[in-house]
Structures are given as C-alpha cells and as structure tokens.
Write a protein that binds this ligand. Structure first.
Ligand code: CDP
Ligand code: CDP
Length: 225
C-alpha cells in the first residue's frame, strides 16, 4: 500500500537531507521524522545539565528522563523536550559540534532507534538521519543515500548562517563538517554507511527541486513494483 511505505534518507552533514525530506513528505502527505533533531535535543539537554558527554550511562539516564516530541507545522517542524520548545536551541554551533559525541554510544542509539521505529509504525513516512536505511528501517521500500562535496556542503551552511544574520567562517565550517563526517562514519555503533540497497544521489550540482524530483521518481518506481 503506497500510503504506508517508508522512505529512508541518509547521508553526511548538509547534504540536503532535511530540506529535501520535508518537501518529499509534503508532496506525498507523509509524516516527516528528523532523527538528527532527536540526537540534538539530547545533546542540548546534556550540555545544559553539565553532563559528561563521554559517559554512556549519564546520557542514557538523561535520555530516559526526557520526552522528545517532533511536531509538524505548515512551515516546518517544532522540537520539544518535555514541554520546552527547543526548535532554535538545538541548532547552535555549540550543539552541532557536540552531537556526534553524544550519538556514538550504543545504548543511547538503541533507545533512539526504539523511539524512531515507533514513530514509523503504520505511517507513510520519510525519515532522515545516518542509520535509517541500515538500522532504523532496514525494510524501507525506498532508501536514498545523499552525498555532496565537502566544499559544497560548507558553502550551503555558510549561506544559511549569513542569511540568518549569524557570523560564519567558511574554512571553519569545512573543518567542522570533515570532523563530524569522520566521527559519524568511524564510530562502532551503527556508523554512517550507505545501505547496500540504497540509491545514491550526489546533490553537489543539483537544485533542491532537482533532488526532490529524483527521489519521487525512485518512489514511483518502488510503488509500481
Ligand atoms: O543537519 P545536520 O546534517 O547538520 O545533522 P543532523 O541530521 O541534525 O544530525 C546531527 C548529528 O546527529 C549527526 O552528525 C550524527 O552525529 C547524529 N545522528 C546520528 O548519529 N544518527 C541519526 N540517525 C541522526 C543523527
Ligand atoms: O539535513 P542536511 O544536514 O543533510 O542538509 P539541509 O540542512 O537540508 O541542507 C543544507 C542547506 O543546503 C540548506 O540551506 C539547503 O537549502 C541547501 N541545499 C541546496 O542548496 N541544494 C540542494 N540540492 C540541497 C540543499
């Protein structure tokens, strides 16, 4: 049934996953789940609590003490930790530069995966992250692996920061992206890796609409099978 298919979208930082996933979900009237926002919400909570991000036990018990809620809105998504709106707070550089440490712990990931699987049950869903096709939704009908060059991805983040009125340093962004790619790809617990049956899309030279169209074509082919 095309109303309940799952679309798994993985790839490195700033490949365009969330922008494109939102548009694909809107087009198909599917639910969109941003799993990165969940790891960011935990990281923010840990930083605010002064918890040791290297401590698996500390992070796991923090996670077990919070509800992370993703709410869909006309103009995007809102993220809550318990009843607190953290939509903006999870996007700071401070959180961005610590999230891969929080996300490396196997037990933390296990709990996140459990919550994510629940969100996907009985829904047409588009979920983006690092381990969706390999771990969270291994039976997804459509799996996409989005990549783009480091230079292009840093450029995208740079433009994003400038347009929001933040300061940005292109070389620093490149370095941050390289480091996060490395941590995410080399960790032991469900590292960032392309699922065997994923379709790879290099978005370096593509527009947002160009990527959306490519994914919709893959979806239509999958539904037709
Ligand atoms: O949007 P951006 O690419 O900057 O990152 P994100 O999707 O918000 O994810 C932030 C971080 O969370 C990633 O760098 C990973 O360390 C972690 N993450 C993960 O480990 N597994 C996921 N399924 C999603 C995110
Ligand atoms: O979720 P992820 O970190 O993979 O990337 P994103 O936050 O969706 O996209 C990063 C930036 O790249 C956004 O500002 C998008 O507008 C932009 N983008 C682009 O310029 N061209 C694309 N083909 C895809 C995204």
């Amino acid at each position: 049934n095309s109303k309940t298919i799952a679309i798994a979208i993985d790839g490195p930082a700033a490949a365009g996953k969330s922008t494109v996933s939102k548009l694909v979900a809107k087009k198909l009237q599917f639910v969109y789940v941003d799993t990165g926002a969940m790891y960011r919400a935990l990281t923010l909570t840990a930083l605010e609590a002064g918890a040791d991000l290297e401590s698996e036990n500390a992070l796991l018990s923090l996670l077990q003490s919070i509800d992370i809620v993703l709410m869909q809105h006309e103009d995007g998504q809102k993220v809550f930790v318990n009843d607190k709106d953290v939509t903006e707070a999870i996007r700071t550089n401070e959180v961005t530069n610590h999230v891969s440490i929080a996300a490396k712990h196997a037990l933390v990931r296990e709990e996140m995966v459990k919550r994510q699987k629940k969100l996907a049950a009985n829904n047409g869903i588009v979920m983006d992250g690092r381990d969706i096709g390999t771990r969270v939704l291994p039976d997804a009908e459509v799996k996409i692996f989005m990549v783009a060059s480091v230079d292009e991805r840093a450029e995208r983040r740079y433009k994003e920061n400038i347009s929001k009125g933040y300061e940005a340093d292109l070389e620093q962004l490149k370095e941050d992206i390289r480091l996060r790619d490395k941590l995410d790809s080399e960790r032991e617990a469900s590292p960032l890796v392309k699922a065997e049956d994923a379709v790879e899309i290099d978005t370096t030279a593509l527009s947002i609409d160009g990527v959306v169209d490519k994914i919709l074509a893959v979806v239509h082919e999958a539904i037709g099978r």
